[in-house]
Ligand binder design. Structure first.
Ligand code: SF4
Length: 470
């Protein structure tokens, strides 16, 4: 059977979508391979969040064209956000592609791959794939970027041999209606659509049967899940109802979610951190700016003060909770005072970590058309300055763990050093330690012996031996 290589750009939701496509193809008998050279089909699952990400994927597709010299029947395709945003336009930028499949059509990819393979095979037999077939596509490419009702319910299967089996991602919704002025997601992912609670719980239950102990719920505005489809019950939002239902799944020990919107943190959700022990004590809470004026221009419906209050409420509900964030510097019109407000708020909140982004124009968004675009020099200096602040507080948080015992879930070999193992604390900090296979997928305490700028190191000798790992 044909072999398939999938390369994924961008966020965890893209990773999850790729896993679903891989699973569908594998179920049809296709072989998944880890190198493009071995593949009969190469799919790029693309990201549109930054212009750079799109250029990278288009550049990569250009390079892949060369492989057709040895394999004229090679099928090449784009999927995901850039495919959705540019659709047929990609034909002129990558005239040799066979497939362009949008974000609501991942479940059709296996059909389209088989159709494209058939077309190439037939053309090859007719000998009408010539030099032209390498740099252009004489066959009609398959392009499908239409919206499809219920497509959010199709991302639900997993690869059982996924290396992160102790910890799995579940896509609970797609799309976003918030329309932040810098963001392309509402265009590429469409309006918010949530999956039914029952189906999500069934997926989690199956994962637990296969060895998963932790799930991370994924959505662009994950804590606003289901607000348009499902009613509140006893004053609880659909998202809180979902967390409670997952909390009741036997064998599931840890629940996380990403990325939430500050607006979705109502009292009912904050209280969950005080009463539901399986809900891990980490919240990634995108701030974006500490200036109310810029937040308004970004179309973010909260203020620096309400964000500050929310962090306080979360810390009251779960005193050891870790808070991380995303911040954009150099948004159009950001003055020195506006930047200082972001800087001061970060300094005051003593966060566990932050992704700092230099604003970059994203076509098809309102912010790209705003006056007062800042020059790169200002953005870069603010970026470096803010990084020094957030990195310092992140480092202090890690250092504070040294000498403590931390509960971790061992996810398997470390990515950077496969001879050692990696796990995550409840607060989502990575711990590296020495140990054998018996630790894989187990939850246990380790003594934290040291910390680097981004990682903790632990001593497995302190392992209680309370797990049944072999
Ligand atoms: S809430 Fe997040 S995904 Fe939605 S528009 Fe804003 S930044 Fe984009």
């Amino acid at each position: 059977m044909p072999s398939v290589f999938i390369k994924t750009y961008g966020c965890q939701m893209n990773e999850r979508d790729s896993e679903q496509v891989a699973r569908d193809l594998r179920d049809r008998g296709h072989r998944l391979v880890s190198s493009e050279k071995e593949a009969d089909v190469i799919l790029l699952n693309t990201c549109s969040v930054r212009d750079m990400a799109e250029q990278k994927a288009i550049g990569k597709m250009g390079m892949l064209k060369k492989l057709r010299r040895e394999k004229p029947k090679l099928v090449l395709g784009y999927m995901g956000c850039m495919a959705q945003r540019l659709g047929g336009e990609l034909q002129s930028r990558s005239p040799h592609v066979d497939l362009v499949v949008g974000t609501q059509k991942f479940h059709r990819v296996a059909d389209y791959v088989e159709e494209a393979l058939r077309k190439r095979e037939e053309a090859h037999d007719r000998e009408d794939i010539s030099e032209l077939g390498i740099s252009a596509n004489p066959l009609m490419p398959i392009i499908d970027t239409a919206a499809e009702e219920g497509s959010q319910n199709t991302i639900r299967d997993h690869l059982p041999d996924n290396r992160k089996e102790a910890s799995s991602f579940i896509s609970i919704m797609q799309g976003c209606n918030m329309h932040c002025t810098f963001c392309i997601v509402p265009t590429t992912r469409g309006p918010e659509r949530g999956r039914p609670i029952r189906e999500i719980v069934d997926e989690a239950t199956k994962l637990v049967e296969q060895g998963t102990r932790e799930v991370t719920l994924l959505g662009q505005i994950v804590n606003l899940y289901g607000r348009h489809e499902f009613p509140k019950t006893n004053g609880k939002s659909p998202f809180v109802q979902l967390i409670e239902a997952l909390h009741d799944v036997d064998g599931l020990d840890r629940i996380r979610f990403t990325s939430p919107h500050p607006m979705g943190f109502r009292k009912d959700l904050v209280e969950c951190f005080a009463r539901l022990p399986k809900l891990m004590e980490h919240v990634h809470l995108p701030l974006q700016s500490g200036s109310d004026r810029i937040l308004k221009a970004m179309h973010r419906p909260y203020t620096a003060e309400s964000y500050r209050r929310l962090v306080g409420d979360l810390r009251s509900a779960r005193p050891d909770i870790a808070v991380t964030t995303d911040i954009i510097v150099g948004f159009p019109g950001e003055s020195d005072d506006d930047y200082k407000a972001s800087r001061d708020l970060c300094e005051e909140l003593e966060l566990d970590g932050a992704f700092v982004f230099r604003y970059s124009k994203r076509g098809d968004t309102p912010a790209a058309l705003m006056d007062e675009q800042l020059n790169e020099e200002i953005k870069e200096s603010r970026n470096q300055d803010l990084l020094s602040i957030v990195n310092a507080s992140a480092s202090r948080k890690l250092q504070a763990c040294v000498g403590t015992r931390q509960e971790i879930l061992c996810e398997g070999p470390s990515r950077n050093d496969p001879a050692r193992l990696a796990g995550r604390t409840r607060t989502n900090k990575i711990v590296i330690f020495e140990g054998g296979k018996r630790f894989h997928g187990q939850i246990f305490d380790v003594a934290i012996t040291s910390a680097s700028a981004s990682t903790l190191y632990g001593d497995p000798a302190i392992h209680d031996g309370d797990s049944s790992g072999t």
